[in-house]
Design a protein around this ligand. Structure first.
Ligand code: RM4
Ligand code: MN
Ligand code: MN
Length: 430
């Protein structure tokens, strides 16, 4: 392994200062949990086994349709993004994989890229294709759609790009392809709503046919943007129907920001699982739409309820339950490393809290129609401060007890500002 980006001595030094307080807090929480028959070490072991992938595209500062405000020292290519992802993993120990996006992360030698990541302690998660933007020199525009475009040559180009993503992913060691298309319309009548879905399904089935045996195709729905009247895969209904038609290797990916406000996302999770089609998540939070805000920053309770459904799903398994967990955020006003450290912590906290739910009490209350006690079974777990469990798991895995403190003290971004070239202005991705 090459040298990791943050000094191991710094992490050890800070951890030593926190050790005593952490032991006290962990012991106190352990005593509290044991009164309800929960073994804190068993929860800690589950937390140690949890992980969530980080998006390569989330390492740079995002933007809105109006502007992007870069920070000095932000990464401008996949190599620098990997280095930043390595910081997140080194400190948090819950983000050992990176989800790449092509052609944004294109390089000439993927074997070398795989080795470069491995040397930084990183592996690869789902490969994301991009048929929502035109690239320089591209033969056909995606202005009128990609997999669902009216023009057959455009559809073929989008299919070929996805197949190329699979080939790249094979070299990197990925086993999932995530497909989100920007296809849709802005005006009633612009396209036939039925036939555009037919075209999508036909093109998607060509990608599906190119999937290696152990691969999955994750279909990501989104109700609006960039199209504002209709999108082709607008919701979980369209997504599951497409996945069912494509075959068993096609699953649905739930991006938490891709629904109408107030939609019951945890119920969508339960439904997709019921039919063996829950493929994975893009974690973020949302106030108005696809805001790509930090996970749990607006509605941590919803995130907890999603994980609660995932625990229930494990107890009630269906066909091939193995959802992949990924962050998909856009960091417009924070240092992306700090946002992902904080988000990974929040996601893991919700995972841990869901493990604390007294399932017996919950199920008994449900069976007895005791609404208040059923709710309290969830509420009790949600109210537990699980921070010492996460910190202890991190410490044992070689991470930092206080991730943000260690990151700031390392002056990593300042060092990078001296080494890296400045990012240009312009609108960022949304
Ligand atoms: C989309 C969607 C996709 C992501 C792009 C950048 O809204 O969430 O997952 O790849 O944004
Ligand atoms: Mn997404
Ligand atoms: Mn999105």
């Amino acid at each position: 392994m090459t040298e990791l980006p943050i000094s191991a001595d710094l992490i050890a030094e800070r951890n030593a200062l926190h050790a005593e307080a952490l032991e006290e807090d962990y012991a106190a929480l352990g005593r509290k949990l044991s009164r309800t028959g929960i073994d804190i070490d068993a929860i800690k072991d589950r937390v140690a086994g949890f992980s969530v992938a980080v998006p390569s595209w989330g390492a740079g500062r995002g933007g809105t349709r109006f502007a992007k405000f870069p920070i000095t020292g932000e990464p401008t290519n996949i190599h620098e993004k990997l280095e930043d992802c390595a910081v997140i993993q080194q400190l948090s120990r819950v983000t050992p994989r990176v989800s790449p996006h092509f052609p944004w992360d294109k390089v000439s030698d993927y074997k070398a890229l795989r080795e470069e990541a491995a040397a930084l302690g990183l592996g690869w998660d789902a490969v994301n294709s991009n048929t929502f933007q035109d690239q320089v020199g591209q033969a056909h525009t995606y202005a009128n759609g990609s997999l669902a475009a009216q023009d057959a040559a455009t559809r073929q180009q989008a299919v070929d790009h996805n197949i190329e993503c699979i080939e790249i992913g094979q070299q990197l060691g990925s086993t999932d392809l995530t497909v989100w298309v920007g296809d849709g319309t802005n005006f009633p009548g612009q396209q036939d709503l039925g036939r555009s879905l037919d075209r999508y399904l036909e093109a998607a089935s060509k990608i599906y046919a190119a999937l290696p045996d152990d691969w999955r195709m994750l279909l990501e729905h989104k109700m609006f943007e960039p199209a504002f009247y209709s999108t082709v895969i607008s919701d979980w209904g369209s997504s599951i129907l497409a996945a069912q038609e494509l075959g068993p290797k096609a699953k649905c990916l739930v991006d938490l920001g891709h629904h109408a406000p107030n939609v019951n996302i945890e119920q969508i999770v339960a439904r997709l699982h019921r039919f063996g089609k829950l493929g994975g998540f893009h974690f973020n939070d949302s106030k108005y739409g696809d805001d790509d805000l930090d996970s749990g920053s607006i509605n941590p309770h919803q995130l907890f309820l999603v994980f609660n459904e995932l625990v229930e799903a494990e107890l009630n398994p269906r066909d091939g339950f193995n959802p992949s967990y990924m962050i998909d955020q856009s960091h417009n006003v924070t240092d992306p490393i700090e946002s992902m450290l904080s988000s990974a912590e929040t996601i893991t906290q919700c995972f841990a809290k869901a493990q604390l739910v007294d399932r017996e009490a919950l199920h008994a209350a449900q069976a007895a129609n005791d609404t208040m006690m059923a709710f309290q079974a969830l509420r009790r777990a949600y109210n537990v401060d699980v921070a010492p469990i996460l910190a202890k798991a991190r410490l044992e895995a070689g991470g930092a007890v206080d991730v943000l403190e260690a990151y700031r003290l390392s002056q990593y971004r300042r060092r990078k500002a001296q080494e890296r070239k400045a990012v240009g202005l312009g609108a960022g991705i949304v």
